[in-house]
Design a protein around this ligand. Structure first.
Ligand SMILES: Cc1cc2nc3c(=O)[nH]c(=O)nc-3n(C[C@H](O)[C@H](O)[C@H](O)COP(=O)(O)OP(=O)(O)OC[C@H]3O[C@@H](n4cnc5c(N)ncnc54)[C@H](O)[C@@H]3O)c2cc1C
Length: 453
């Protein structure tokens, strides 16, 4: 029971130590990357545990007193998943240790608060690659990537974060530290609880550490960008790449609107009349990468206006990472969704985004991971324009209907969080199973309540 009259912050500080607790007003813990859509929350306290045991103690304290707890990583989420609606925010900022790293066995165990870019740099220095590369890598945490099963451009060849997790340490209600999996690369004994936690958006457990597998870094990586005169020919080229058996590491796209807004900073020449761009990458040994690049160029040359190679890879990906910002800058803000459709329906989803936007008086553009059928469908809306935001909300509802009609999912990368929790559709039986899984882990419903389901 909580002591009457004492604030949650003070009680937690008395229990965990003053240095581990911040006031609930600590603004940087109350929003995530959905802030540009006006989403923010409130909290009673923020805790910063230094170990899994301290995190377990914080959850046990909350569980005993019916206080909600919201796990938080780098706060780069795009669905409001880490935005609290009261209760305690548990930040993984101080869980930063690399617990073990065995380069010769291609594996590493890191705490949940290690930043994605730091992990990628650390293993790269040892000739290895951790392939998942979500956009905000300097801020996002490994725990947040696991909790959202984050993807990124190179998920096309290498899969999303979950494909690289062999084990997790997590705190589960009412406050127990558990380990599921470990360094084993295969393990089919029992149900795969690790897989359930991956992508669970902090609603089943708090991830405190992860065992990750790695691969030797490719010797050579060669980008290519092809520009097409129409959406249709561009999407057809994407299908041709997939159908040809060539395996690029990444297969991204920009539609005409995104190209118009981000094109001026492209580190190369955008040809006149370009209405669709495909950015692909060939990797492997020098000979393999060169051969895949040749194959890609051959496929693209069939219908492209121009096919460009020889880029400075860093400059090209910096530009690609900046597309979102370039689009937002055009009208002072945007509302973006991360739809997922079967790759052969990409053309319909890209066209549909523009058409739905027009119906609502909005400019609709998209870009994303073409090979995965994953599009960042976006409406340009000035920040702080309530009627524009309302139009975008209605347009997004139509987008979700279209996505479902195309056999897709309302979220391919960012999760349901707060913003899309009402938009996933399951059959009654599947919905019941989802609720039962939640109840099995979190019978009181205190872990990130109001998110995902
Ligand atoms: C510019 C930009 C580019 C992006 N590009 C991509 C991309 O290419 N691909 C992609 O998939 N995503 C992308 N994202 C979304 C986001 O970066 C990823 O989802 C990222 O993995 C979130 O990590 P985080 O640490 O910031 O998580 P947070 O935002 O802190 O949290 C996200 C969710 O995970 C939960 N959570 C966080 N940590 C834990 C934990 N330790 N245990 C349990 N639950 C936890 C939170 O409760 C919340 O529900 C992008 C975001 C931005 C801002």
């Amino acid at each position: 029971m909580r002591s009457p009259g004492r604030r949650i912050e003070d009680e937690l500080a008395a229990f965990l130590g003053r240095e581990q607790v911040l006031p609930g007003t600590a603004a940087e813990f109350l929003h995530d990357a959905t802030e540009e859509r006006g989403v923010s929350g409130w909290a009673d306290a923020v805790v910063l545990p230094r170990s899994a045991d301290e995190a377990a103690a914080a959850l046990a304290w909350c569980y005993e007193r019916d206080v909600p707890l919201v796990p938080r990583g780098g706060g780069t989420g795009l669905s409001g998943g880490a935005v609290p609606q009261g209760g305690v925010v548990l930040s993984t900022d101080r869980l930063q240790a690399v617990r073990s790293f065995v380069p010769e066995l291609w594996r590493i165990e890191v705490e949940a608060g290690v930043r994605t870019a730091d992990l990628r740099r650390r293993v790269r220095e040892n000739g290895l690659l951790f392939p998942p590369d979500p956009g905000a890598a300097e801020q996002s945490h490994v725990g947040g990537n696991v909790a959202t099963n984050a993807g990124g451009p190179h998920a096309f060849k290498y899969g999303t974060t979950g494909a690289w997790v062999t084990g997790l340490e997590a705190v589960v209600p009412p406050g127990d530290v558990v380990r599921v999996g470990g360094t084993l690369r295969k393990d089919v004994a029992g149900f795969d609880l690790k897989r359930l936690l991956i992508g669970s958006e902090g609603t089943l457990a708090l991830v405190t550490a992860a065992w990750l597998r790695l691969v030797p870094a490719p010797e050579s990586v060669l980008p290519v960008v092809a520009f097409f005169p129409h959406l249709e020919s561009g999407c057809e080229a994407v299908g041709d790449v997939v159908g040809s058996g060539v395996v690029p590491a990444a297969l991204d796209y920009l539609d005409e609107g995104a190209l118009r807004l981000a094109g001026p900073s492209f580190p190369g020449r955008v040809p006149e009349g370009a209405a669709f761009a495909v950015l692909a990458e060939a990797d492997g040994s020098e000979a393999e990468a060169a051969s895949v690049l040749d194959d890609l160029v051959r496929v693209f040359e069939g219908s492209a206006l121009a096919v460009e190679t020889g880029f400075d890879r860093g400059a090209l990906w910096r530009w690609r990472d900046g597309v979102s910002l370039a689009v937002a800058t055009a009208s002072g803000g945007k509302v973006s969704e991360d739809l997922e459709v079967p790759v052969e329906r990409l053309v319909d989803a890209v066209r549909g985004t523009v058409e739905i936007g027009l119906r609502h008086g909005l400019t609709g553009v998209s870009w994303g991971h073409a090979g995965d059928g994953n599009l960042h469908a976006t409406f340009l809306v000035a920040r702080g324009d309530p009627s524009g935001q309302e139009a975008a909300r209605r347009a997004c509802g139509e987008l979700f209907d279209l996505t479902r009609a195309l056999g897709g999912s309302v979220s391919g990368e960012h999760g349901l969080g707060l913003l899309k929790r009402d938009h996933a559709r399951w059959s009654p039986r599947v919905a019941a199973l989802q609720r039962q899984i939640k109840a099995a882990f979190d019978p009181k419903g205190l872990l990130n309540p109001g998110k995902k389901i």
